[in-house]
Design a protein. Structure first.
Length: 211
């Protein structure tokens, strides 16, 4: 179908046969030095509360993947609790939080469900890379606030109040633990506290370095 091109007067304008879509590379908040040993997953604009999800992420960071699955399953069954340490205003006390070194905690099942899906996605990515799933641990979980969803709620006497949602961006990085390196005994001895004045300390350090 031909129609007039508004930019060039009577020059006919043809409908393009195809559209080129340029995809931007996804940027992660945490970039690992060894991408072959890590697996990532992310979710953007997820309709799950930011503050609850942040506390779930803080409780999971550093755990082995198998242990994290068991922990989240216990939270869903109310056998364990997510400790609330930062966003804990008005959060009630829970006896299950004692084992985590705090007194306040909740069971945010919706946040747990979203994090579980992303963990399984990251696990599948690790399996595709050929990493040993049993050795994976959660190296990093980043939870950021997404733009608030704006709605309204109607109150008494003809008033209207804002009724906003607090969605989240979530990024998860799984990694294989690095091989432990044996300590250098000479370096460990040199780090020991050396008694004496400045001149004696300097002489002792020179003697250790020369040995």
């Amino acid at each position: 179908m031909k129609r007039a091109n508004p930019l060039f007067g009577k020059t006919p304008f043809r409908t393009p046969l195809f559209v080129v879509v340029v995809k931007k590379m996804v940027r992660y908040a945490h970039n690992d030095e060894n991408p072959e040993k890590t697996a990532k997953s992310r979710g953007a604009y997820l309709r799950v509360h930011f503050k609850n999800t942040r506390e779930v992420a803080a409780a999971l960071t550093g755990l082995k993947l198998t242990k994290a699955y068991k922990y989240l399953g216990d939270v869903q069954e109310r056998q364990d609790v997510i400790p609330f340490r930062r966003f804990n205003g008005g959060v009630g006390r829970a006896s299950q939080a004692k084992k985590h070194g705090t007194t306040q905690g909740r069971w945010p099942v919706k946040s747990v469900a979203f994090v579980l899906r992303l963990l399984k996605n990251a696990e599948a990515n690790a399996d595709g890379k050929g990493l040993d799933v049993e050795d994976l641990y959660i190296k990093s979980i980043v939870v950021q606030q997404a733009p608030k969803t704006r709605r309204r709620t109607y109150r008494a006497h003809g008033r209207i109040n804002p009724y906003q949602g607090h969605p989240s961006h979530i990024e998860i990085v799984l990694a294989v633990p690095e091989a432990e390196v044996a300590r250098n005994k000479d370096a460990e001895e040199s780090r020991k506290k050396i008694e004496g004045n400045k001149r004696q300390v300097a002489a002792t350090r020179r003697r250790i370095a020369a040995a």
